[in-house]
Design a protein around this ligand. Structure first.
Ligand code: NAD
Length: 254
């Protein structure tokens, strides 16, 4: 425990002295807001490996039953009613302090923006579940509006403009990531002096690449996660425990 306190104090000092911090967040920062992760001990895929199919583009596009199941699970998840937690608010405070140059997130829940981080600083590498996109004409609309249609009885609501298949505006397996977002994330990782990796198994690429890129460019790497990650050996310090408890201590005033 003593050692953890020392490590936390060391990491705090690095953050206070830093001018360009980049945070990389994964599903673990949002579990305390009631949104389960995928690969943690209570993760959606750990408990039900078949759920991964709903996130695979080829299955989603070719199988109406997969789409109906995906809409039902979007309704059940209540992701859009969740509130940011102390971990999200700590990162918003880091931005207010002027030291956060970018927040790269694997999350699709929009909670960083809801906590107060500015949209232009958040790079949503896996897209957003707050919007839907038509896979034919590309039109985007708020997710909440599509969910209203599902609640009203449409089990697979089509695009209102062209009749195409609607999908959440997340990046599914088998779908390309957005080149501009990847470039921005890479540039941020290349130029930061501290990389703060939070709540990610650091096993999903290319998002996780930001950590070795930052390390090779001379940044200190701080990892905050309850369990070992794929990149603990790269880190200058690993803080093991609850994100919503550690981040306020790491970033907060006291
Ligand atoms: P992951 O599910 O692979 O891993 C999450 C990690 O966080 C695990 O190591 C887990 O032990 C840890 N963790 C969970 N809760 C924690 C807590 N309260 N305190 C400390 N550690 C905690 O997540 P990932 O690597 O980000 O990959 C999953 C992918 O699925 C992401 O890329 C994302 O696109 C998507 N996803 C997003 C959300 C969301 O938007 N909230 C939720 C689930 C999955």
């Amino acid at each position: 425990m003593q050692q953890t306190d020392e490590e936390l104090a060391r990491a705090r000092t690095w953050l206070q002295e830093a001018r360009h911090v980049v945070a990389l967040t994964g599903a673990g920062i949002s579990t305390d807001s009631g949104i389960p992760d995928f690969r943690g001990p209570k993760g959606v895929w750990t408990r039900n490996p078949a759920a991964e199919k709903l996130a695979t583009l080829q299955h989603y596009m070719s199988d109406p039953e997969v789409r109906r199941a995906a809409w039902r699970s979007r309704l059940d998840s209540r992701m859009h009613q969740r509130e940011p937690n102390a971990g999200h608010f700590a990162l918003a405070a880091l931005e207010v302090s002027g030291r956060l140059s970018a927040l790269i997130t694997q999350n699709v829940d929009g909670l960083h923006q809801r906590a107060g981080n500015s949209p232009e600083r958040v790079i949503e590498i896996h897209g957003t579940a707050c919007e839907v996109v038509c896979m034919s004409c590309g039109e985007r609309a708020p997710m909440e509006r599509a969910l209203e249609r599902v609640r009203a009885g449409e089990d697979d609501p089509p695009c209102r403009s062209c009749g195409g298949i609607l999908k959440s505006a997340t990046i599914s397996f088998g779908q390309n990531l957005v080149k501009e977002d990847l470039e921005r994330a890479q540039e941020a990782a290349l130029t930061c002096d501290v990389m703060l990796a939070i709540g990610s198994t650091l096993s999903v690429y290319p998002a996780a690449d930001a950590v070795p890129i930052a390390k090779q460019s001379g940044a200190r790497v701080i990892i905050v996660n309850a369990e070992p990650t794929a990149m603990d050996q790269l880190a200058d310090v690993v803080l093991r425990g609850s994100i919503s408890q550690i981040l306020p201590r790491l970033i907060g005033e006291s």
